[in-house]
Design a protein around this ligand. Structure first.
Ligand SMILES: Cc1cc2nc3c(=O)[nH]c(=O)nc-3n(C[C@H](O)[C@H](O)[C@H](O)COP(=O)(O)OP(=O)(O)OC[C@H]3O[C@@H](n4cnc5c(N)ncnc54)[C@H](O)[C@@H]3O)c2cc1C
Length: 588
């Protein structure tokens, strides 16, 4: 981005006080800027905020603090010190009245499934490997081809359908291959079957703030304010005025009041589709259509207070059983004891994946609490009379949907945004990308650095997986296959054999014709390997036969070895492609 825009008066305006916006603000105050942060919510943290009900703290889902970016880890640790707890993961899958360890442990899985079911799984896996479905158009066909019908039905189907709200037969395979989704199970099975592929979803230790993730963002808020930045809560950016490729002002609403803020730069973490519709003058129709084409999956979290020390030991349980609507259950006290005010009670979060406006989203709070209570009891995780109270959190825009069209829409929007010199879009929904907290923060920090002179491509953040997929994409695999197409072993054997035969024949004949006291003393040593061979006229034919045979075996062997190596390499690439896609499907 071009930073030649400081001549516009006004502060740097940041839209959204989630991890991305706060990290941008934090970075700016470190070098003396005083950004203005506009946040529509009543508290900071965005999706990673913490809500409190009757003294119990509720996370929106469960936010593990885990990153491979050491400097982000260091920043988190500096911010919270001893309040940044290290947690050992315990999570399971609930299916047909049984709990499966997660990550899957073979012994536990076999015990739960029983010998008959396990045998059926193996048989169906082998069948799928031997007779794969030729058509691979749907997610279902794609999965069955790789895991077999039974494993797919037990571990993937129901949960995937709960998360995305679409039958697996309606999810296209290539949509799947473009990483539509984000929850957790196939990597589990893959891990158990083939060993860990370093999946982020399977990390067994992570950090967690003692009173929930909001504690981290509250600390960021304090640091920003101490550094001279301003954070205005309950303030929604509604219009963003621009001229000649530069944002001039941002109009924000707080209650009934509208305020117009001049802006030298804007860093936006609001959903990118809302950003497009807030721009004034409006973007071209194609861009608006692209913005309308981006969709999100929502989450309803029902917080329940249970009169029990802890109804189960897990931090969370994936619920695969189709008999209940709940998709995942959090036990916040197992993330940190301080999430509950005392030892006698615990607080549970029942997660329902839905679409904004659908039956779950629109259900009255009382009914939602009742549904969650009944399902918790039905799953055998609490008694009815243990559930004391409950409340509901509705989170729109929880998961950006990677459908078939999203990439095209995003490209249209991005090329339009390239025309602006002082507008950057960051974060999860701000970029319509499955950024976790660390990558959301990274985009905010890079945007801030761009303002003070860096030239960082924010869109390159969190593209490791995309890179992996590109490296192992069907196109790449096909290209490798074409380049190293199998050698014809008999043909190579015949060619090498013929050349060897000809060489021995010609060399022998030449020495015989040349004559001398001792004819061909060196070549005659071949007789040690080729019994019956001699440097004579008869030997030309015997040598040719031997030469052909040895050359044939050598050429054939080289071709077979090379074909085998290529096929092993291709198989490895295919396996990695599967893991790279699968890891995405089941990420929390
Ligand atoms: C169920 C669930 C579980 C998750 N678990 C993990 C996890 O374990 N680990 C992890 O690292 N990440 C996890 N994430 C992802 C994490 O929540 C996000 O990466 C992170 O919150 C994104 O930060 P952000 O600032 O980009 O966006 P957000 O958190 O969405 O923040 C954007 C902010 O902008 C505000 N805003 C929007 N529009 C406007 C407007 N017009 N004006 C003013 N303000 C506006 C919003 O109110 C919000 O506060 C999870 C997400 C979900 C949904």
């Amino acid at each position: 981005m071009d930073a030649q825009t400081e001549d516009i008066d006004g502060p740097i305006v940041i839209i959204g006080a989630g991890p991305a916006g706060l990290s941008a603000a934090h970075e700016l105050v470190q070098v003396g800027y005083r950004p203005l942060v506009l946040e529509v919510g009543t508290r900071v943290g965005g999706i990673a905020r913490t809500e409190t009900f009757r003294g119990f703290h509720f996370d929106i889902g469960g936010h593990r603090f885990y990153t491979k970016l050491h400097w982000i880890q260091q920043l988190w640790e500096e911010m919270l010190g001893k309040d940044f707890l290290k947690v050992s993961r315990l999570s399971r899958i609930y299916y047909r009245g049984r709990f499966f360890s997660y990550p899957l442990k073979m012994a536990n899985a076999l015990t739960n499934l029983g010998l008959v079911e396990s045998t059926r799984i193996v048989a169906s896996f082998l069948r799928a490997q031997t007779f794969p479905s030729v058509a691979e158009e749907t997610f279902e066909q794609w999965m069955i081809n790789r895991f077999g019908d039974r494993l797919y039905r037990i571990f993937f189907k129901t949960y995937t359908e709960k998360v995305w709200g679409i039958p697996c037969t309606e999810i296209r395979a290539d949509w799947a291959a473009q990483r539509i989704m984000g929850l957790s199970l196939v990597s589990v099975v893959s891990n158990a079957l083939f060993g860990s592929q370093g999946s982020k979803t399977l990390v067994d230790r992570f950090h967690y703030p003692s009173r929930g993730p909001g504690m981290m963002w509250q600390k960021f808020r304090e640091t920003v304010e101490q550094g001279g930045g301003e954070i205005r809560l309950s303030t929604e950016a509604v219009k963003i005025f621009h001229r000649k490729g530069q944002i001039r002002t941002v109009t924000a609403k707080s209650g009934d009041t509208s305020i117009e803020y001049p802006a030298s730069h804007v860093i936006s973490s609001m959903p990118i589709n809302c950003l497009m519709t807030a721009l004034e003058p409006a973007p071209p129709q194609t861009v608006l259509e692209a913005a309308h084409g981006l969709t999100y999956r929502a989450l309803v979290l029902v917080g329940l207070i249970i009169r029990a020390q802890s109804p189960f030991h897990d931090q969370w349980i994936y619920v695969h059983s189709p008999s209940v609507k709940v998709g995942r259950i959090q036990n916040f006290k197992n993330w940190s004891a301080q999430m509950a005010p005392g030892p006698e009670r615990t607080n549970v979060g029942m997660e329902y994946f839905c679409n904004k406006g659908d039956a779950i989203w629109s259900m009255p709070d009382r009914d939602m609490v009742q549904l969650a209570t009944e399902e918790l009891v039905q799953l055998g995780l609490a008694q009815h009379d243990q559930v004391e109270d409950g409340f509901v959190i509705r989170q729109p825009g929880a998961y950006p949907v990677y459908d078939q069209a999203y990439k095209g829409h995003l490209e249209t929007i991005r090329s339009y945004l390239d025309g602006f010199t002082n507008l950057q879009t960051i974060g999860r929904n701000g970029m319509h990308r499955y950024n976790n907290m660390d990558h959301s923060m990274q985009t905010g920090i890079l945007a801030a650095r761009n303002i003070f002179g860096a030239n960082k491509d924010i869109w390159s953040v969190n593209t490791d997986d995309a890179y992996l997929e590109e490296r192992y994409s069907p196109r790449t695999i096909e290209a490798v296959k074409q380049t190293f197409s199998p050698l014809d072993a008999p043909a190579l054997g015949t060619a090498v054999g013929s050349v060897c035969a000809l060489l021995i024949f010609a060399a022998t004949l030449w020495l015989v014709l040349k004559g001398g006291a001792v004819v061909g003393p060196n070549l005659s040593l071949l007789a040690q390997y080729f019994p019956g061979y001699s440097v004579t006229l008869r030997g030309t034919l015997i040598g040719a036969v031997y030469g052909f045979t040895a050359g044939f075996v050598f050429g054939w062997g080289i071709a077979a070895l090379r074909n085998r190596l290529v096929s092993v390499a291709l198989e490895k690439m295919r396996r990695k492609a599967v893991f790279s896609v699968i890891g995405r499907f089941f990420k929390p």
